[in-house]
Design a protein around this ligand. Structure first.
Ligand code: SF4
Ligand code: SF4
Length: 74
């Protein structure tokens, strides 16, 4: 029997550095510790920990954050 490619669903978190004002709200809100401040901008350094609660997207004052599902086939 031939085994086909298996899809994996995972989260990707994107921060637009132009819109980020460095307020730190996402760092305080994200209970999974996805974000870290780097040079006064939020960086999603641990996107693999994201549990898709979308609180960061909801409360970012500049709407700089886009968490989204992506599918990888391997
Ligand atoms: S909440 Fe938005 S503006 Fe504030 S640090 Fe995070 S990404 Fe930047
Ligand atoms: S969606 Fe939730 S878990 Fe994912 S980065 Fe935003 S606040 Fe953190």
């Amino acid at each position: 029997m031939e085994v086909g490619p298996s899809p994996t669903i995972l989260m990707e978190v994107y921060v637009d550095r132009i819109f980020c004002n460095g307020c730190g709200t996402c760092i305080d809100l994200c209970s999974m510790g996805v974000f870290q401040m780097v040079n006064h901008k939020a960086e999603p350094l641990r996107p693999h920990l994201c549990v898709a609660c979308f609180k960061c997207r909801e409360f970012c004052p500049t709407q700089a954050i886009t968490p989204r599902w992506i599918m990888r086939v391997s």
